[in-house]
Design a protein around this ligand. Structure first.
Ligand SMILES: Nc1nc2c(ncn2[C@@H]2O[C@H](COP(=O)(O)OP(=O)(O)OP(=O)(O)O)[C@@H](O)[C@H]2O)c(=O)[nH]1
Ligand SMILES: [Mg+2]
Ligand SMILES: [Zn+2]
Length: 272
């Protein structure tokens, strides 16, 4: 067996929340880079990018942020700058599969022999971008339907060899991405928040007067909504961890009940 070097995971979603099992789902293993793809249309959502980056960092692979559909707006440099502040230390690329801007930059992020996975919501253009990298439009996304409304939603993971020697994994758009055991990923994707929290004089950062986090927010060094987003993801990680512990505890109790029952039956049998 190969040891898994990197692992991109989320909590397994369930169509029925009441029967939801608390378990991990591996989306990709042993990848070197995770391309987090968003679209530069109106529902371009910074909070979603933060969530994806937390999962990407947690995987152990190198995250790359791709903002696709750059042809749809004319304030792209502003959005790129704003996104860079959500992705400290990471490359943020603006791309368009129509104008092909940013495609070469994306190529430089794909080292020969490396594997990269493309993740993001449905319709952001993951498959189209991979087509651009291939330079052959017949490979992954086929023609748009004659009425122009065609969606060519990817339904399963696909492995594609890119000229230049990198392998790219195309994935279906994710409807949810609930964090699974992502404490380290959170600290890395929110390295700025984490640094303020470290500076803080309080052991259990209380956001009281004198709190470094609070000072940063009030001084304009840390956007309030970014801190709120950090807190939200932190609570989610705790919530899932508690559910997981509870699920493990239940399974353990069930196992012991079974052992006790077997023992009782054995005793009764001997007693006869
Ligand atoms: N305007 C514009 N449209 C794009 C661009 N890239 C892709 N699209 C369109 O966006 C739609 C969705 O593209 P896909 O590549 O199928 O998106 P996807 O992320 O692979 O979607 P799933 O497979 O469902 O996860 C298609 O109609 C594309 O033609 C772009 O750069 N600009
Ligand atoms: Mg696709
Ligand atoms: Zn504090």
């Amino acid at each position: 067996m190969f040891e898994r070097r990197t692992q991109l995971t989320r909590m397994r979603p369930s169509p029925n929340p009441r029967s939801q099992r608390t378990e991990e789902q591996v989306l990709a293993a042993n990848v070197d880079a995770v391309f987090v793809v968003g679209a530069l249309n109106r529902d371009c959502n910074p909070r979603r990018i933060e969530r994806y980056l937390t999962v990407a960092w947690q995987s152990g692979a190198r995250p790359v942020v791709v903002l696709n559909k750059a042809d749809l707006r004319n304030d792209v440099p502003d959005v790129v700058r704003a996104t860079e502040s959500l992705a400290p230390g990471l490359p943020v690329l603006a791309t368009s599969t129509l104008s092909r801007e940013g495609v070469d930059q994306m190529r430089t992020q794909l080292k020969p022999g490396e594997t990269a996975v493309f993740v993001g919501s449905s319709g952001v253009g993951k498959s189209s971008l991979i087509n651009c990298l291939l330079g052959d439009p017949t490979q992954v996304v086929r023609d748009i339907r004659a009425d122009g409304k065609g969606r060519h939603t990817t339904t399963s993971r696909q492995l594609v060899l890119i000229p230049g020697g990198a392998v790219v994994i195309d994935t279906p758009g994710l409807r949810e991405l609930t964090l699974w055991h992502a404490e380290d990923g959170l600290d890395r994707s929110f390295a700025d928040v984490d640094a303020f929290a470290w500076e803080c004089a309080f052991r259990d950062c209380a956001e009281e007067p004198g709190c470094a986090v609070r000072d940063a927010i009030e001084g304009g060094d840390l956007p309030e909504e970014r801190f709120a987003s950090y807190r939200k993801l932190e609570r989610e990680i705790d919530f899932v961890a508690r559910r997981r512990d509870k699920a493990l505890e239940l399974a353990e109790r069930k196992r012991w009940n079974q052992i006790h029952k077997q023992n009782r039956e054995r005793m009764r049998f001997r007693g006869r």
